[in-house]
Design a protein around this ligand. Structure first.
Ligand code: FMN
Length: 195
């Protein structure tokens, strides 16, 4: 018999949301998702991350402009297929890298810390599951990670409070769902049990 409970249902039903309404999430909802982030595990209990939640519309719009401009001269550093497609998309009129979500949470971490990415990714999944449990949508946003060394992007994030020495690891778009995303099928053969 397949076991189920609220947590397992939440995990199954979370989707990457790519259409958000304009409505801002409440301060309590923001607190809850940020609290979920900091309760993620971290290597050696480092907790050296920082979650910068950007809700100011003018700041988000400006960040999008800076990101789109940065992508114009960005050269993908490997042949990961999503990168070339993402670069192309950013040059289209009206493109918005965080899907016009009202809240963007940027996860950064100290440099030269080998678990920085893992810690931030675990925290992001907590954000996604907390959002799902509160009836909100969310999506992993990779563009700021790809542009982590771009001086304009980095400079503006510094203005918004991300410490100069921190490395951008990932970001999460959070908001109310305007259109549900279909669940992509899970690949067969990705689990093995040795008993
Ligand atoms: C490391 C990572 C980076 C991702 N980057 C993006 C992104 O930049 N934009 C986006 O729309 N989705 C992004 N996603 C979401 C995936 O596309 C999504 O998780 C996958 O298609 C499965 O769909 P689901 O999350 O609805 O189950 C990312 C996911 C991960 C784990």
């Amino acid at each position: 018999m397949k076991l189920t409970n609220e947590v397992l249902t939440c995990i199954h039903e979370r989707r990457s949301t790519r259409r958000f309404t304009e409505e801002q999430i409440s301060p309590e909802q923001l607190d809850a998702v940020l609290d979920a982030a900091v309760w993620a595990p971290s290597g050696g209990n480092n907790q050296s991350w920082l979650f910068t939640a950007i809700q100011r519309k003018d700041a988000l719009v400006k960040l999008n402009e800076i990101v789109c401009e940065a992508f114009r001269h960005w050269v993908p550093d490997d042949d990961y297929p999503g990168k070339a497609a993402a670069k192309e998309l950013t040059q289209r009129a009206g493109f918005n890298f965080y899907y016009n979500a009202p809240t963007l949470i940027v996860a950064s971490n100290k440099p030269n810390y080998e678990n920085a990415m893992a810690d931030c990714a675990l925290a992001l999944e907590n954000i996604f599951l907390a959002a799902q449990s509160l009836g909100l949508g969310s999506c992993y946003i990779n563009q700021l990670y790809w542009l982590r060394d771009d001086p304009e992007v980095r400079g503006y994030l510094f203005e918004l409070g991300v410490p100069r020495e921190h490395v951008i690891r990932s970001a999460a778009a959070v908001g109310f769902i305007a259109a549900p995303s279909p669940a992509p099928a899970r690949k067969e053969g990705t689990v093995k049990i040795v008993r």
